[in-house]
Design a protein around this ligand. Structure first.
Ligand SMILES: *Cc1c(COP(=O)(O)O)cnc(C)c1O
Length: 363
C-alpha cells in the first residue's frame, strides 16, 4: 500500500540530525521560547528574505494574530478565496471580522478580478492563500491592495519557498502566516507556526500577544494569548529548514515525473503559471468521475486525499454567512473533481512509476 502521505519517510532521511537536536533540547533544561526559537526565527526570516519572524504555536493562530495585530475586527470585511482550507477563514472570523468569499482562478489561487468586485467600504484586508504550493497572482493583488488601501495577509501554510516573479511568498503584503503542521512542506513534529513581516511594530505586537500580552514578565500591556512556540519544535524545524531547498527540489522532481508520465484523457493535470515556482505541497489532479477514480486507486493500493470536499462557504460552520450552493461555480466544481495523489519526501521512484502506470490504466 502506498499511503497518501508518509511522515516517517521524511524523518528517516535526516534521522540522526533530528535525534541529536531533540536530545540537546531535552538536556538543555529550557523548553518554551528560548534560544532555539530565537535562532529559528532568525533563520526562517533569512530564508524568506523578511526582516522579522515570530514563532507561534500553529498556523491558525498565526492568521488570527495577524488580523488582530492589524486591528481588524467586528464590522470589518476580509476578502478570501472560497476554495481554501477552512482554517484560513477561521483566522478571520475568530477576530469577529466578516469573511467575504470570492471565486478561485484556474491555478486554485484567489481571482484578482473577483477581489476587485467584492470590495466595499467595509473591506479592510485581502487574505490570499497559496494553495497546494502555487503562489497567487501577486502582481495584480498587490496592485489592488495599494489602490484601495487594503491590508494584505498571505496564508503560506502550503507554500514554504514558493515564488511569483522570483519573489518568495509571505513577503508581498503586510504579514505572511505559516503553519509547520507535520504534513506541511516545512513540517514540525507537532504543532507549530510563525508570522513573517518587514514591519517592526507588527512583529513587536505579535510577539507581545503570543505571550499573555507581556514583554516583561508580570507586566501585561494587553489581554494577550498563549501562542508560544516550544524549543523542541524550533530545534527540529531548524534541522529541516537547513535541508529545505533539497526537500522542495525532491517534491518538484516527483511532480515533473507525474507531469511527464501521466497521460490519460480522463484526467486534468495541475496547471502551473510560468511566473510561479510551485513547491508542490500537493499534486492535485482533476477527474469528473473523481470518487470512482479514488476507489479504483485504493483497490490498486494507492492512497489519495481530497483537498477539500466541502468548501468553507458550504460548511455548517459558516452557514451564518448566508452563502448557498451555486455561489462559486468554479470552487464547487473543483471541490467535486480534485484528487491529491501521493507526493511526499521519501516517496520512492518505484512507487511513483506504479502510481503513473495505474493512473494511465484507468478507463
Ligand atoms: C494547515 C493550514 C492552516 C492551519 O495551520 P495549522 O497549523 O494546522 O493551524 C491554515 N491554512 C492553510 C491553507 C493550511 O493548509
Amino acid at each position: 500500500m502506498i499511503n497518501a502521505n508518509r511522515l516517517d519517510a521524511g524523518f528517516l532521511k535526516y534521522q540522526s540530525e533530528y535525534e541529536q537536536a531533540a536530545i540537546d533540547v531535552l538536556r538543555s533544561g529550557w523548553y518554551v521560547l528560548g534560544k532555539q526559537v530565537e535562532s529559528f526565527e532568525k533563520e526562517f526570516a533569512d530564508y524568506v528574505h523578511s526582516k522579522y519572524c515570530v514563532g507561534l504555536d500553529n498556523g491558525l493562530n498565526a492568521l488570527k494574530l495577524a488580523f488582530r495585530a492589524l486591528g481588524i475586527g467586528e464590522g470589518d470585511e476580509v476578502i478570501v478565496q472560497a476554495n481554501t482550507y477552512i482554517a484560513s477563514v477561521m483566522g478571520v472570523s475568530m477576530n469577529r471580522a466578516t469573511p467575504v468569499m470570492v471565486e478561485t482562478d484556474e491555478y486554485f489561487g484567489i481571482d484578482p478580478e473577483a477581489v476587485e468586485k467584492a470590495i466595499t467600504d467595509k473591506t479592510k484586508a485581502v487574505l490570499v492563500v497559496h494553495l497546494y504550493g502555487h503562489t497567487c497572482r501577486m502582481d495584480a493583488i498587490t496592485d489592488i491592495c495599494k489602490r484601495h488601501n487594503l491590508k494584505l495577509v498571505e496564508d503560506c501554510a502550503q507554500s514554504h519557498g514558493s515564488t511569483f516573479d522570483g519573489q518568495i511568498s509571505g513577503t508581498f503584503g503586510d504579514i505572511g502566516c505559516f503553519s509547520f503542521y507535520p504534513t506541511k512542506n516545512l513540517g514540525a513534529f507537532g504543532d507549530a507556526g510563525a508570522i513573517v513581516t518587514d514591519d517592526e511594530e507588527l512583529a513587536k505586537k505579535i510577539r507581545i500577544l503570543r505571550n499573555y500580552g507581556s514583554q516583561k514578565r508580570y507586566y501585561n500591556e494587553v489581554v494577550g494569548e498563549n501562542s508560544r512556540l516550544d524549543e523542541m519544535q524550533a530545534a527540529l524545524l531548524r534541522v529541516k529548514l537547513s535541508h529545505m531547498d533539497e526537500l522542495n527540489e525532491e517534491r518538484a522532481e516527483i511532480a515533473k515525473r507525474y507531469n511527464e508520465g501521466i497521460k490519460n484523457p480522463l484526467i486534468t493535470l495541475p496547471p502551473v503559471s510560468d511566473r510561479v515556482k510551485c513547491v508542490w505541497h500537493q499534486y492535485v489532479i482533476r477527474c469528473d468521475r473523481r470518487d470512482e477514480l479514488a476507489e479504483y486507486l485504493k483497490d490498486k493500493g494507492i492512497g489519495t486525499i481530497i483537498h477539500y470536499p466541502i468548501p468553507p462557504h458550504l460548511s455548517q460552520a459558516y452557514e451564518y454567512l448566508g452563502y448557498k450552493k451555486g455561489d462559486f461555480p468554479l470552487t464547487e466544481k473543483y471541490a467535486d473533481t480534485v484528487l491529491s495523489i501521493p507526493i511526499f519526501n521519501g516517496l520512492t521512484r518505484e512507487d511513483q512509476d506504479m502510481i503513473i502506470d495505474t493512473i494511465n490504466n484507468y478507463r
